[in-house]
Design a protein around this ligand. Sequence first.
Ligand SMILES: Cc1ncc(COP(=O)(O)O)c(C=O)c1O
Length: 398
Amino acid sequence: MTSAHVATGATAAPARLLLGPGPTNVHPRVMQAMLNPILGYLDPDFLKVMDDLASLMRQLFNTQNPVTIAVPGTGTAGMETGLANLLEPGDVAVVGTHGYFGERIAEIASRQGATVALVPGEWGRPLDPDAVKAELSKHRKVKLLGVVHGETSTGVLQPLEELSRLARQHDSLFLVDAVTSLGGVPMEADRWGIDFCYSASQKCLACPPGLAPMTASPRAMEAVGARKEKCRSFYLDLSLHRTYWGTQRRYHHTAPVTMLYALREGLRLILEEGIEARIARHRHAAHALWAGLEALGLKLLVDESCRLPQLTTVVLPEGIDELDLRQRMLREYNIEVGGGLGKMAGKLLRIGLMGQNASAEAVLTLLSSLEGVLPRLGYEVAVGEGVSAASRVLAGAG
Ligand SMILES: Cc1ncc(COP(=O)(O)O)c(C=O)c1O
């Protein structure tokens, strides 16, 4: 298969099928939206774009929170915004670490000067609420409980409601990483009592990387207002962002205008499809993929009861070189898939079906390319079995 090259000016990038952990492919309408003229960051027509976007983000997070904004930067900027604003030196934060991104929350929390207590979990399984409860109970006051909803390093979907209840019981703020989950599985920020939730533009929202949509509850904003010292990050200071996104419209930073156009168009596409329909599409595509992978004799890391539809982790068979496999997929089939992160490096293949790629076409293309590559790496498969099994599910007969 040859790759089409999309040339813009002096650069030319191959148009790949992005089936890794993100970024994912972007809808042409989103690309088109980025061709809109640049407006000044206080232009009334641009402020309307921001208002529109804030309202779309509220619908997606399922929240009434007035402070619902898109922070410039990738998902990590969303994470850092939450932690830099909600934690101060000396605070205690309890963080669930059942994967690479939980560990990142802990790392950033500790850089805020917080005392971080970890609740380690097995990579590939959700956190144990009893372990979270036990850790919360050890401290006189826990300022914040932080967890990852969709752990992209393992493919686990973490149930949140019980953890939220525990956070309330301990009068702790509940921070949730929805970088990979938002737009692909249900999100009920208000109903689930989430105080700070952030995501990223490039995963199930299917926009280019560069924005972190986030929402902060009134309780979280009270904590921001009650800080003993200023937020140590000027750029990520929520009280300053609020003066720009809110009615005051005070300059804080030059908005990444083009990215905000893109995100607005991406969210419009989601709402036109319907959030529930989109979630069902992600689930349907994932079930087909899982059936296909299992028909090839491959083992999935996560039990189906807590598997993240938009990110599937395959345990690599003995002797298969992860890098070799991924490079062949890229060079020979023009498909990007991900490898393992952290302690899973070299052990996993991570397959993302996000946004428009939660489709029959992507599933079947991926499976047929795996059927082509795996035997050449010494792993025999019954060629055609993966595609057939997935096709049966896609046809509603699986
Ligand atoms: C669950 C999760 N949290 C945080 C991040 C960090 O996001 P970014 O790489 O966009 O900064 C990622 C990135 O993959 C992620 O999957």
